[in-house]
Ligand binder design. Structure first.
Ligand code: SF4
Length: 363
């Protein structure tokens, strides 16, 4: 049966693009794939094995669970242990270790923690349990935040009084600027996040290339998408004329998705945010607006944003900045494995350490 993705997996075309990349003779490049879904796809398809020695592809901070600070998990676990509270979450957050333990451990000890497929499912839980408080954990980027915002709008329309959101939502532009300007990171070009780009569009990337001198290419997630984008990116880098290009036009438009962006802006406003292992980045987070404050779990439960701490020996922070690879961590594959993770990068299905462990990493 014909699959519409078949053209993006065509063996002949893949060989041609891999050959083009292997013939790259320009200056050495350090390229960063920003998105966790790219990280997984690159590892799954063995893309790193197809690159010449002069092109190094590192992973960035685009796994939302991985960059969520430890105090967020501590607060979520404390909330889950409160009598009368139901915590609703995506499965990726369940096993993240923190000082208070993980949500999975809290659930095993009797806390009511429920795994969702959509944030909107949390509203049903709230409707079905009017005598209890339902707290939705929300940690995504621009891709998933619009649905979290829609959930708040619907809760408001239904005048719910037993539903709140514990938000650690973040946005991509400020962290991309920060890494582009950091000489210790030394990125030559970005493989921009495809899903985020579908919401924010491509205009910001032109500013990033112009002001920070770091070019990039928007890429899809099939092997041909990624190889073609890397070849285009290498060509742009080598030209010495930073520019942004969109090779994922079947999904990403220059203007993004204005409806999703408006929904997000209706409920959330820019705020400072702590990125695990990177620190506080001004304006890189999203806080629930005052008009919806009664749905903001930080305010309703008067929660503290205490310190963010990496587990001892964990190098997630450097991995999320692209200055280290998982194989540089002495715990990788020894003390830290998916069944018994030490850090967040080994837990999430989009985590770099999890990708390297599952599929193998080259550099
Ligand atoms: Fe942290 Fe484990 Fe990755 Fe090491 S292998 S950086 S301990 S998540």
């Amino acid at each position: 049966m014909h699959n519409y993705l078949d053209p993006y997996r065509d063996a002949g075309l893949l060989r041609q693009w891999a050959e083009k990349l292997r013939n790259y003779r320009g200056k050495p490049l350090k390229l960063m794939e920003v998105c966790g879904t790219h990280t997984m796809a690159i590892a799954r398809y063995g893309i790193r094995t197809l690159l010449p020695d002069t092109i190094r592809l590192v992973s960035g901070p685009g796994c939302p669970v991985c960059v969520t600070p430890s105090y967020y998990i501590n607060n979520a676990v404390r909330l889950a242990r409160r009598p009368g509270v139901i915590v609703a979450t995506f499965g990726d957050l369940m096993r993240i270790p923190a000082d208070e333990g993980s949500l999975l451990e809290a659930k095993a000890q009797g806390a009511d923690v429920r795994v969702l497929y959509s944030p909107l499912d949390a509203l049903k839980i709230a409707r079905d349990n009017p005598e209890r408080q339902v707290v939705l954990l929300s940690v995504g980027f621009e891709t998933t935040t619009p649905v979290a915002a829609l959930t708040v709008v619907k809760a408001d329309e239904e005048k719910m009084d037993n539903f709140t959101v514990l938000s650690a939502n973040k946005t991509m532009p400020e962290v991309l600027k920060l890494l582009a300007a950091d000489p210790t990171v030394g990125i030559d070009g970005y493989l921009y996040p495809g899903h985020v780009s579908a919401i924010i569009g491509t205009r910001f990337y032109e500013e990033l290339a112009e002001k920070y001198g770091v070019p990039g290419v928007v890429a899809g997630f099939e092997p041909l998408d990624i190889l073609a984008a890397l070849a285009a990116l290498a060509e742009i880098c080598d030209s010495g004329r930073p520019a942004a290009r969109n090779l994922y036009t079947r999904v990403v438009k220059a203007e993004g998705n204005p409806v999703a962006a408006r929904t997000m802006e209706q409920v959330f406003e820019p705020a400072d945010a702590v990125w695990r292992g990177i620190g506080m980045i001004p304006g890189s987070g999203l806080a629930i607006r005052e008009a919806y404050a009664r749905f903001d779990a930080w305010k309703v439960f008067d929660l503290e944003t205490d310190h963010d701490a990496e587990p001892e020996g964990c190098r997630c922070g450097e991995i999320l900045k692209g200055t280290k690879a998982p194989t540089d961590c002495p715990l990788f594959g020894i003390r830290c494995v998916p069944e018994n993770p030490v850090g967040a990068c080994m837990v999430s299905s989009e985590g770099t350490c999890a990708a390297y462990y599952k599929y193998g990493g080259v550099r």
